[in-house]
Design a protein around this ligand. Structure first.
Ligand SMILES: Cc1cc2nc3c(=O)[nH]c(=O)nc-3n(C[C@H](O)[C@H](O)[C@H](O)COP(=O)(O)OP(=O)(O)OC[C@H]3O[C@@H](n4cnc5c(N)ncnc54)[C@H](O)[C@@H]3O)c2cc1C
Length: 384
């Protein structure tokens, strides 16, 4: 799949300027991903997928993002849903007391993904961000299922996915925050709100929800699992984007090299040094992401693994923004023209630090930890 990602990346790059300009969904990139079997990347082989682990996902995400960060970011949402579902081992299911019907439903969702369905994430809300403990979208048990009502924002790929992971809270017991897989169709309405600085082609629009879903849509089959899962598998909530933004940073270096070579600027010491520093910074951030990913596969939930997950997100976000800015400066004003790859990459890279956990939140988490506190509970605001 990594080779396939490398093969597809130049095709994504060729289409990136147009989808960025129009803020349109990269439909052809997604057709390529579907045809090449990427929607089953995280699905276990027994269910027809490629059975990738987190480290393999990180390598794939990096390569896809070198082609188009927006495409890689939308795909990241699908990988997060399928990766988190696949990560529920039998032991974990036992420990959480998950009913057998929920495991059967999980397998059905994963099989559908291997067959070409793809899932988006509708978690964030206006004024709340992705803080699960503050969700205003609600669900209520009804005959045979749940009624979900609310509004989401920043939903990448909204209007194009086959189903949406929706986080909601039970108003009768606000401590219960649960996640549902809601199929596209009646009851979901997209409001086209995403006209953003960067990652424009993610089409991260608002999604209005007023829908009744069957009981099988409740992921895990037990209410109140959302916060538990966030703490058990922070890599999907915190660090999966990291590989995407390191890929964006590397794409900025690649674009700068192409630009300065074409213009004969490569002999200028200041330009060379900028490229050299950027190359080293991207390589270092990439190593941190790979180290975090390796540890997630080997010792998920371990405190040192979790530390690396937060480090990786922090380094990827800040490195992408700094490197893209420096590469634009090395290339000069002509690279600022609309449609130049560095102009898009500069804007796309800016989003890295803003995605949760933001660089500031990662730094705070690591600082509390270094000072001997409990980073999950000693922050000034709830982490989730
Ligand atoms: C390109 C892109 C695509 C996205 N796609 C999706 C998607 O598909 N699905 C989805 O659900 N969401 C998506 N998001 C949204 C994202 O997941 C976050 O929910 C959103 O960026 C957070 O919103 P916010 O910045 O408004 O709020 P906040 O997270 O509240 O951040 C606002 C400010 O408060 C600070 N802050 C927040 N929490 C703390 C804390 N605990 N301690 C100290 N300071 C804190 C932050 O550092 C920041 O400065 C996307 C975002 C982007 C940029």
């Amino acid at each position: 799949m990594i080779d396939e990602a490398r093969r597809l990346a130049p095709r994504f790059t060729a289409r990136a300027a147009e989808t960025d300009r129009d803020g349109s969904f990269p439909a052809e990139d997604f057709a390529d991903l579907r045809e090449a079997g990427f929607f089953g990347l995280m699905v276990p082989s027994r269910l027809g997928g490629a059975g990738a682990g987190f480290a393999e996902y990180a390598d794939v995400a990096y390569e896809l993002a070198r082609g188009n960060g927006a495409t890689a970011l939308i795909f990241n949402m699908h990988a997060s849903v399928t990766g988190a579902l696949s990560g529920v081992s039998d032991e974990l299911a036992d420990a959480l007391g998950l009913p057998p019907e929920a495991l059967a439903a999980r397998d059905d969702y994963l099989k559908a993904a291997a067959g070409g369905s793809w899932y988006a994430v509708a978690m964030s809300e206006r004024g709340v961000g992705s803080r699960l403990s503050r969700m205003s979208t609600t669900y209520r048990p009804v005959d045979g299922g749940y009624r979900i009502t609310g509004a989401k924002t920043f939903c990448s790929g909204a209007g194009h996915a086959d189903a949406y992971l929706v986080a909601a809270r039970n108003p009768d017991d606000p401590t219960q925050v649960s996640q549902f897989l809601v199929p596209a169709g009646p009851g979901l309405r997209v409001e086209q709100t995403w006209d953003a600085l960067g990652m424009r082609a993610t089409g991260s629009h608002d999604l209005h929800i007023d829908v009744t879903v069957p009981s099988s849509a409740l992921l895990g089959g037990v209410e109140g699992l959302a916060l538990v899962v966030a703490q058990l598998a922070p890599h999907w909530m915190v660090a999966s984007y990291a590989a995407v933004y390191v890929g964006v940073a590397r794409a900025a270096v690649d674009a700068a090299v192409e630009h300065v070579t074409a213009r004969g600027l490569g002999g200028l010491p200041a330009v060379r040094a900028r490229i050299g520093r950027a190359d080293a910074a991207v390589a270092a951030a990439h190593l941190a992401v790979r180290e975090a990913a390796r540890r997630v596969d080997e010792a998920p939930g371990d405190s040192e693994t979790t530390r690396w997950v937060w480090r990786a997100k922090l380094l990827a976000g800040t490195t992408a923004a700094e490197v893209a800015a420096s590469m634009l400066e090395a290339a000069g004003t002509s690279a600022m023209r609309r449609g130049h790859p560095l102009e898009r990459l500069y804007r796309d890279a800016r989003a890295g630090s803003l995605q949760p956990a933001t660089s500031d939140v990662c730094a705070d988490w690591l600082g509390v930890d270094a000072l001997g506190g409990d980073p999950d509970s000693d922050g000034v605001a709830p982490r989730w």
